[in-house]
Design a protein around this ligand. Structure first.
Ligand SMILES: *Cc1c(COP(=O)(O)O)cnc(C)c1O
Length: 430
């Protein structure tokens, strides 16, 4: 059964879960993405695959991925704690972040977690923390300064990006940093996310590989033993088709740098969106409909709180939407341009503008597709709206759908607690 069929089954079976807004994860879809990833990278030999936790830091999903052999890339104490709670810890974690505190670094070193230092000051801090034989693999993130992709916010290898050591400005200093630190054995590069052409990503990997060769030649031994290739494979948001695959990406990498397959380096990957996006979707009920200035508007419960980027930068992050009857079956009928609004109290809180869909009515459902990455895990707390529940599902050969909880919806009591509820009487009286 393919992804589309599984989704239709789940939608037809899932309406009884009827929160006004909920997220769903196709567990078989994630398994397929992981299989696709590991198969694609087999020609590179030793590869540690990690999932970028910022793409969806839900503990049961991290455990599920961990059981499939996928480790985790973390970039904050919270992400680290969630990954560790999911049982992915120590050398199964890679810590990247431009703002690691001394406490975070010390924790990673004590646990044997790999660390990619972001800058020279962080390296100097590590000098004071690492012993003679650290258990952690320690690396340096370089910014290959190869340029931007289509989306500025997710392009991390521009001349002036905030991430990593800008390589073109600092090549000799980077080589000196390695010469002085025999425990530095990894180079890390992440060119960007969604919108970066794979050829540009390959250019960044080529820069890291060439630098590693140069460092090793000057050291007289193989000091750099692994390359962390980052993530960033673009996802197709236009249809259920996979689009550019991990295998296509590996072919692009090998065309640019054939030596990657010579077995002399180990590799780390840190994909997020390409592992998760297409296996998730959001379902919202239509609460009301109206017509304003001739334009039909459907008011749903899916707005910027679950889709901040889509709402705030619709030109970069459009989502594919489908209209369903209240029972979860697809609505048919002529397409009518209509605004699909969210519940937040600002006028721009629209999931889509003038989107052609069968005319929505109260009680209908709207599906937002491909939201498995960067939607469920990146809640925006405007209007004190709760984080929605997330349900995993599997579909048996016979088509029976089984749902398993991944996250409860946030309760009103939890919202009050997040609003400082425990201090409600603590301010001095006026
Ligand atoms: C965001 C990020 C990733 C994951 O990017 P995707 O586009 O989701 O694959 C990997 N590595 C680093 C350092 C990141 O910041």
């Amino acid at each position: 059964m393919n992804r589309t069929e599984r989704k239709l089954r789940a939608l037809a079976a899932g309406h009884h879960l009827a929160d006004p807004l909920a997220g769903f994860v196709d567990l078989a879809g994630i398994r397929e993405a992981v299989e696709d990833l590991t198969k694609a990278f087999a020609p590179l030999g030793r590869v540690q695959h990690t999932v970028a936790v910022k793409a969806c830091g839900l503990a049961p999903l991290l455990r599920y991925l961990g059981d499939l052999g996928v480790d985790a890339e973390v970039a904050s104490p919270g992400e680290t704690a969630v990954a560790e709670a999911a049982g992915i810890r120590g050398p199964r974690l890679v810590l990247d972040s431009p703002a690691k505190t001394t406490a975070e670094l010390a924790h990673a070193l004590a646990e044997g977690t790999a660390v990619n230092a972001d800058n020279f000051q962080e390296l100097a801090r590590l000098d004071g923390l690492v012993g003679p034989a650290p258990r952690s693999v320690l690396g340096l993130r370089i910014n290959p300064q190869v340029g931007a992709g289509r989306i500025g916010d997710t392009s991390t290898a521009t001349t002036t990006s905030k991430f990593g050591v800008p390589l073109r400005d600092n090549r000799n200093l980077v080589k000196e940093a390695f010469a002085r630190r025999p425990w530095l054995t990894r180079l890390h590069v992440h060119v960007g996310s969604q919108g970066c052409p794979p050829e540009l990503m390959a250019e960044g990997v080529a820069a890291a590989h060439a630098l590693a060769e140069e460092i090793n030649a000057e050291a007289g031994f193989r000091q750099v033993t692994s390359l962390d290739l980052g993530g960033g494979l673009p996802v197709n948001f236009v249809s259920d088709e996979p689009g550019f695959t991990h295998a296509d990406y590996v072919a692009t990498l090998l065309a640019r740098v054939p030596a990657l397959a010579d077995g002399r380096y180990g590799f780390v990957t840190e994909f997020g969106r390409s592992l998760l996006a297409k296996s998730g979707f959001l379902v919202s009920a239509v609460e009301y409909t109206k017509v304003a200035g001739g334009r039909p508007i459907a008011v749903t419960h899916a707005g910027a709180q679950v889709a901040a980027r889509t709402v705030l930068q619709p030109e970069h992050w459009p989502l594919r939407l489908t209209a369903l009857h209240p029972d979860g079956t697809p609505k048919t009928g002529p397409g009518v341009p209509q605004d699909i609004a969210g519940p937040l109290c600002f006028a721009g809180d629209l999931l889509a503008r003038e989107r052609s869909l069968p005319l929505l009515e109260p009680g209908d459902l709207v599906v937002a597709h491909d939201t498995g990455a960067y939607y469920f895990g990146a809640h925006y707390a405007y209007n004190t709206l709760p984080r929605p529940a997330v349900h995993g599902f599997t579909v048996s050969e016979r088509g029976e759908v089984r749902f398993t909880p991944i996250r409860r919806a946030q309760t009103l009591a939890e919202l009050v607690a997040d609003a400082g509820g425990e201090f409600v009487g603590a301010l001095p009286g006026a």
